[in-house]
Design a protein around this ligand. Structure first.
Ligand code: AHR
Length: 506
């Protein structure tokens, strides 16, 4: 949680931090990833057999190391839009017997060389938890139940035995399952009305939880502020005596998924665009509460959280999906990503999971070449947040002037402010406070007093570059992390177009 006090540009900015005021736990899963059968994400991204830098499974070792460094806690798979025509059974068993199929989301051919067992093995190597999306397009409930049984059952039943036959005795215990992806979208095979979706999702949820009560189901929302979201929440966030044996301490739906991509041509609308996601989170949280109130859900039933399972900077006109969506990110985009992450920290009370779309090559901070990796500008804020911004979000107030020009989307103006300094703060278990400050101004630094800072040294991590348009390319890293120490005396000067992370021991 952070509050904002607007002052004029001629007044001196300040940030007040109250490290004793822990507000809410930052769920580790906000640093989640996403790998879809799309472009070069799976094939040529995480899976590259025959390449000397891949392991005996065909998994890229450099990608594994990078994602380990990022401490990615959970990875969504196999889509995205891809999942709407995906039949998981095509991707298990002996590879030479797996069928190649036309792929309708991105108009390619899916060889099914990489499937459920490969992905789950890869997750074990990376040290991350899998999150599967179910096929709500051409898939059936029987197929979905069979997939859960294949992954999670220890019984002597058909699909559990098929898993054993395919070489895996122990269940994988996949906890997170999404009830479809973007089923509201006109591009979706099997697009539905909100009424059709809500009815189907509720019935599937009952059956899936009967089969495996330990799984957590994620409802397919839209942006969080649409009539789709309001309707599906109203129909599915309810307490029903027939489901879960009438339990008043469990719920069918654990999270509500929303997706937003931000982008704008000009730097300031681009960097401030993630403020729309902050307002979207607030609106979604209100709709969740409204559904619970209207449906008289007992307060003992856990309140569903938001699963922001696709977020990032992406302009599909610049980097089209059917061409692999390989965005070349700038410093401006890195600052937008830093504000996205500030949003998740500030709104941690409402966020159960967030997944950057995507983890490798496709609209990703991490790009593979045949022989190595390029870490795009957006990699660096993600790395800093994932490494340091854990624990609890704490109270912080920023007092500064704001950017007052056009925004993308336009409705940001009038619903939420766009301060020059965008801040969040957290305290982790070993009592280290981390303050993240994004100065979006493209020509002005801000000397800022920091109230609540104890005496002593402060570690400084800074991400910036020559100008807001610079990018990282093979062999040329314009944007990275610079580390230094500040003695904590006087004011701190936040440089123009920068992310600064300050860390100190309480
Ligand atoms: O992440 C790329 C695509 O964007 C996903 O497949 C889809 O869910 C969204 O529209």
């Amino acid at each position: 949680m952070a509050t904002f006090t607007k002052i004029s540009g001629s007044e001196a900015p300040s940030v007040s931090i109250n490290a004793k005021h822990k507000i809410s736990k930052i769920n580790d899963n906000v640093y989640g990833g996403f790998t879809e059968h799309m472009g070069r994400c799976i094939y040529g991204g995480i899976y590259d057999p025959g390449n000397s830098i891949s392991d005996e499974n065909g998994f890229r070792k450099d990608v594994i190391e990078a994602l380990k460094q990022l401490r990615v806690p959970v990875v969504r798979y196999p889509g995205g839009n891809f999942v709407a025509t995906y039949h998981w059974l095509d991707g298990v068993g002996p590879k030479e017997q797996r069928p190649s199929r036309p792929e309708l989301a991105w108009l390619g051919i899916e060889t099914n060389e990489f499937g459920t067992d490969e992905f789950l093995k890869w997750c074990e190597i990376v040290g991350t938890e899998p999150y599967f999306a179910l096929n709500f397009g051409t898939g059936t409930l029987d197929e979905a139940l069979a997939w859960v049984e294949y992954c999670n059952s220890s019984s002597n039943t058909y699909y559990a035995n098929l898993r054993r036959k395919n070489g895996r005795e122990k269940p994988y215990n996949v906890k997170y399952w999404a009830l479809g992806n973007e089923m509201w979208g006109p591009w979706q095979v099997g697009q539905m009305t909100k009424e059709e979706y809500a009815k189907k999702a509720y019935q599937w949820a009952k059956a899936l939880k009967l089969l495996d009560p330990s799984i957590e189901l994620i409802l397919c929302g839209e942006t969080g502020y649409s009539s789709w979201d309001a309707h599906v929440l109203k129909e599915c966030i309810k307490w029903d005596v027939h489901s879960l044996g009438g339990s008043t301490t469990a719920s069918l739906i654990s999270m509500h998924s929303i997706h937003i991509y931000t982008a704008a041509k000009e730097h300031l609308p681009n960097a401030t665009a993630p403020r729309s996601a902050e307002r979207a989170i607030e609106m979604t949280a209100a709709l969740i509460d409204l559904a619970r109130i209207e449906n008289a859900v007992p307060y003992t039933v856990p309140r569903p959280l938001i699963c922001f399972d696709e977020w990032n900077v992406w302009d599909p006109a610049r980097a089209p999906g059917d061409k692999g969506a390989e965005e070349k990110y700038t410093l401006s985009d890195a600052l937008a990503v830093a504000i996205w992450l500030n949003v998740f920290v500030r709104q941690s009370k409402h966020i159960g999971m967030a997944n950057i779309a995507q983890s490798v090559n496709v609209i990703s901070p991490l790009m593979t070449t045949k022989s190595g990796l390029v870490k795009q500008t957006t990699w660096w804020p993600l790395l800093l947040f994932s490494q340091y911004m854990r624990g609890h979000t704490i109270g912080v107030n920023v007092c500064c002037a704001e950017y007052e020009g056009p925004t993308e989307p336009a409705w940001i103006r009038g619903t939420i402010e766009t301060p020059w300094l965008d801040v969040s703060a957290a305290i982790c278990d070993d009592n280290i406070v981390t303050l993240a400050v994004v100065n979006v101004h493209d020509s002005q630094s801000f000397k800022t007093s920091l109230d609540g800072l104890p005496a002593g040294e402060v570690k400084v991590y800074s991400v910036t570059g020559r100008d807001v348009d610079v990018s990282n390319t093979v062999g040329k890293e314009e944007v990275g992390i610079k580390e230094s120490i500040w003695d904590g005396e006087g004011k701190f000067e936040f440089p123009k177009h920068s992310l600064t992370m300050l860390r100190w021991k309480m």
